[in-house]
Design a protein around this ligand. Sequence first.
Ligand SMILES: [Zn+2]
Length: 476
Amino acid sequence: MSDPGITATRRAVLAAGASLTAAGAFAGRAAAQGDAELARVAGARRILLKGGVVLTLDRAVGDFARADVLIENGRIGAVRPDIAAGDAAVVDAANRIVMPGFIDSHHHFYQGILRNILSNGLLNPDYSRDISGALTVPYRPADVYAGTLVSALGMIDMGTTAAVDTSQVNHTPEHSDAGVRALQDSGLRVVYAYSRGAGPAAQYPQDLIRLQKAYFSSQDQLMTLALGGNLNVDQYTFARKHGVRMVAHGVRDETEKVLFELARLKLLGAGDEYIHCTHLSDAAWRLLKDTGSEVSLAVPIEMAMGHGMPPIQEAIDHGIRPSLSSDVGVTMAQDPFTVMRACFTLQRLNLLQRARRGEKSLPPLLTTREVLEFATVDGARCLGLAGKVGTLTPGKEADIVMLATDRLNVWPLNNVPGAVVNLMNPMNVDTVFIAGKVKKWRGGLVGVDVARVLKLVEEARDGVIARAGFKTSLFA
Ligand SMILES: [Zn+2]
């Protein structure tokens, strides 16, 4: 049915996954490493994070200078001071900010093997020519696997617990399978926005139907499916027919007329995601608001690569709380601190410049807490997961990060949202849980053979660059 070359690649991909991330074998591995505490936590049904600074980001639950968070069967059981441990595995959370994991609402995971290859590039012509064109076309399924895996593991390492993969490398069904498999192996919570690919074997968007049956039949799993695309009537019609949300790129002033056409055809759905949204008209913003749409702003990339002014204030002015995203690793870091800091500083710069020019009755400056909400609560809503994650609310799934404050770059702790948004970086990400499973423990990823992942990534990078005939330079 499929050609033997592809089948062999697929088998290699699956075998690689099985040994790179030892899912389910964490407890044994931890014991072998001599970390008895990790072994106890990895195997526990109840885990008690004891004595942390707890930032729930749920206004009804509140914040605590010192409290405990109980994880029960993968969910948040309780948040309050002095919870009795009972049979729970106790984790000392002293000098740790305990908060929801960060959420990245738009990233092209497959590009992990091409990190930083376009450090000084613009969207046009550089990115379109070198990345979407030259370097994406020669990807094989194993390259998709390697790039996607390293992006996902890197995110977990940096405190991101959920993300949207706007894939864009779906050249064949095997490419899509490899991406999904890498995401599954990583243990990250992901909305897989199945997207276009290059070449005659691409089956976009029809292959979504197969993917839906093969991987996404359960609601009770870490991964959900969406359709990645553009403002396009056929794509929206397809998404509505198959009951998936749209994740739309290329949303800007030049394309917004299609948005109105989609509205006229009643194809816009609540929860669809719109990326960038640069220079939209008032009417387009009102339409996004009225239809319950979600907005993803990739602030550092938009500033560096020429997408236009990130519309942080426009979104807020129209009653839309934006989510934040890292977009592409070919140019910029994925770490949530970089993304949050860019958002915080840019919104303030824009307003302060308006004040300097004499404008009166300006909207308020963003606070660090609001930016944290963009990166958690608003991200969860953008992913369609507001009921599952985004806050430390009892009953939600336990996607939790513990951020170390007793470090030379943060101590002494004087303001919690400020420390996270304005002072921290990934080295403060101490421990990470996704759905109550420990993924990072005291500074190191759990159950990941990092050396083997790096080797796999390097080999994939070398292969893609060679097949593309692409010239790279370490120093230019
Ligand atoms: Zn993008």
